[in-house]
Write a protein that binds this ligand. Structure first.
Ligand code: GLC
Ligand code: CA
Length: 586
């Protein structure tokens, strides 16, 4: 077993006096986490039926520990007709049979906790599958006790202010139910009826589901589609005060019984509308920073720091106990809902010129192909991901530069099997290839023969090895997860430079455009730059750091780590900024 991961998470009794794994002494663990997002179905198949499962995932925990991640976010693994890959749940408290049993889940959880890895699961709280027994009952007759668990109407003209999210598949947020002869409300696919949160029984049912998993020891929940819980006439039916009130109830109960667990909000909104989901530290612990993500892609393409600085400067401060979750890619399309029309056109033009690559308001591709497999750009973006304020999320397979298959339907383009080796079925499964839930990528550039874990593990210069050292560097100091950020403004707009600071610790991060001539990179480490550093009491720290974390001295991501012990620290970043200002980085 690799020893690079975190220390085991201790087991001690929870609120109900039961011993569980995963109890945290540090209730702010989510601030320092590096999260790995994966789908059980896509990771590793242990029983040769062509579908990944919990037993298989458990076997691959050593790999994740070696990578250095400290938490896993699992896509939905509950029984489901899989018309939305599990976001259409039919039973919230068991495991889809093809992924294993509840016992398999428990063994997985225990094995993860023994490695110091925390587990975040999905709460698909806004809607169920239309196959869920609740909905089956609700539609069976108008006076069924479950009727009021969903949102019904005689007409399809209520709540006209609500936008349609799945623009490519849905024409209305109302769908006709031929059984009870009325319309039901759905913000996503028409087979996903929205639950009615005006009915207190629904909230109770959801809390019961949460306690089921909390009691088993899960460390956190990603609450899916949070802004849409409550509908009101004359509004956009998003981010309503009533929705916030529901979150506060859940949070209060969580804090009382399970104070060390966390809630992560999926609220794809502008920063000003997401911030209220942190409340006064009494709603979510964490929330995705949706608007930052596309702007990182724009900045890299335009080779201009402005889009990144602008969006972060427009991001309001959040309570101390809260955290942003930042990401590059995920299981969904790269959403372009939170950008301007001009920015969206730019993104489409640069990253999805072929319309097959688009879906709804977004791009259904993976990171490496979007970067034209340019290693420098892939590293540049990951360097940003690991050093900007927030908890980073790595999407499975992106650590080895996996490709996508845009000829698969919907978002399946980015959900192909993990590529473990160059052998049969990418080492994902020993089933007949025809039986796999999805074929692995097999083209000559991104195919499993060329891109796989086994070969990348062997080489110090592989993307996997680079990611591993980047994550190790991030985990070695807390300044990245908890520190403040201050942007520097070198005269060349292609250089993005910022200082992260936490108490005694200061780190200067400099990201340079990949197309800058290498002479510019050399300038950063030139005798002149080193002289500036030497002329300060910080000289020793610079060289010490070089020995301590050599990986940080990558040509695209230069970190100068400055400790108070060596200097009156304030003027050091200024000295470097001054140098950057004068350097001929053109
Ligand atoms: C969330 C999920 C997405 C799903 C949708 C509807 O946005 O990320 O995959 O399709 O909710 O449940
Ligand atoms: Ca299987």
């Amino acid at each position: 077993m690799s020893t690079t991961g975190g220390s085991p998470i201790e087991s001690f009794p929870d609120a109900k006096g039961e011993v569980r794994f995963g109890a945290q002494k540090d209730s702010l663990w989510y601030k320092d986490a590096v999260i790995y997002q994966l789908h059980v179905r896509s990771f590793y198949d242990s029983n040769a039926d062509g579908i990944g499962d919990f037993a298989g995932l458990t076997q691959k925990l050593d790999y994740l520990q070696e990578l250095g991640i400290t938490a896993i976010w699992l896509l939905p693994f509950y029984p489901s007709p899989l018309r939305d890959d599990g976001y259409d749940v039919t039973d919230y408290t068991s495991v889809q049979a093809s992924y294993g049993s509840l016992e398999d889940f428990k063994s997985f959880l225990k094995a993860a906790h023994e490695r110091g890895i925390r587990i975040i699961i999905e709460m698909v709280i806004n809607h169920t599958s239309d196959q869920h027994p609740w909905f089956q009952e609700a539609r069976s007759s108008r006076d069924n006790p479950k009727r009021d668990w969903y949102v019904w109407s005689e007409t399809d003209i209520r709540y006209q202010g609500a936008r349609i999210i799945f623009l490519d598949t849905e024409l209305s947020n109302w769908a006709w139910d031929p059984i009870s002869k009325s319309y039901y409300w759905h913000r996503f696919f028409s087979h996903q009826p929205d639950l009615n949160f005006d009915n207190p029984a629904v909230l109770e049912a959801m809390w019961e589901v949460m306690t089921f998993w909390l009691h088993l020891g899960v460390d956190g929940f990603r609450l899916d589609a949070v802004p849409y819980l409550v509908e009101r006439e004359g509004t956009s039916c998003e981010n309503l005060p009533e929705t916030h009130a529901i979150i506060r109830v859940l949070r209060k109960r969580l804090d009382l019984a399970y104070p060390d667990r966390m809630l992560l909000a999926e609220a794809n909104q502008l920063p000003a509308d997401v911030c209220p989901y942190f409340g006064n530290g009494d709603e979510f612990h964490a929330a995705f920073h949706f608007p930052l993500m596309p702007r990182m892609f724009i900045a890299v393409k335009q080779e201009d720091r402005k889009p990144i600085i602008e969006i972060l400067e427009h991001t309001p401060a959040i309570p101390d106990s809260c955290q942003w979750c930042i990401f590059l890619r995920s299981h969904d399309e790269l959403t372009l809902e939170m950008v301007t029309d001009i920015e969206r056109e730019f993104m489409y033009g640069e990253y999805a010129i072929d319309k097959t690559m688009r879906i709804n308001l977004g791009i259904r591709r993976r990171l490496a192909p979007m970067m034209d497999n340019d290693r420098r750009r892939i590293e540049l973006l990951n360097g940003l991901l690991m050093s900007m304020p927030g908890t980073p999320i790595v999407y499975y397979g992106d650590e080895i530069g996996m490709g996508d298959n845009i000829y698969l339907r919907d978002r399946d383009s980015v959900r192909t099997p993990m590529q473990w080796n160059g052998g049969t079925n990418a080492g994902f499964s020993s089933a007949d290839p025809e039986r796999l839930y999805s074929s692995p990528i097999s083209n000559s550039v991104y195919g499993y023969q060329a891109v796989n874990v086994e070969s990348q593990r062997k080489f110090d210069h592989s993307l996997f090895s680079w990611m591993k050292s980047l994550i190790r560097a991030r985990n070695s100091v807390r300044v990245f997860s908890r520190g403040s950020i201050e942007f520097l403004y070198p005269s060349n707009p292609r250089v993005l430079a910022y200082v992260r600071q936490l108490d005694e610790e200061k780190v200067l991060v400099v990201n340079m455009s990949p197309s800058l001539p290498s002479r510019s990179h050399r300038h950063l480490f030139s005798p002149e730059c080193i002289r500036i550093l030497r002329n300060t009491p910080a000289n020793t720290s610079y060289f010490r750091l070089q020995n301590k974390i050599p990986d940080l001295h990558h040509r695209l991501l230069a970190h100068f780590h400055l400790r108070r012990a060596y200097l009156a620290k304030e003027h050091i970043p200024e000295a470097i900024a001054e140098y950057l200002r004068q350097s001929p980085c053109t």
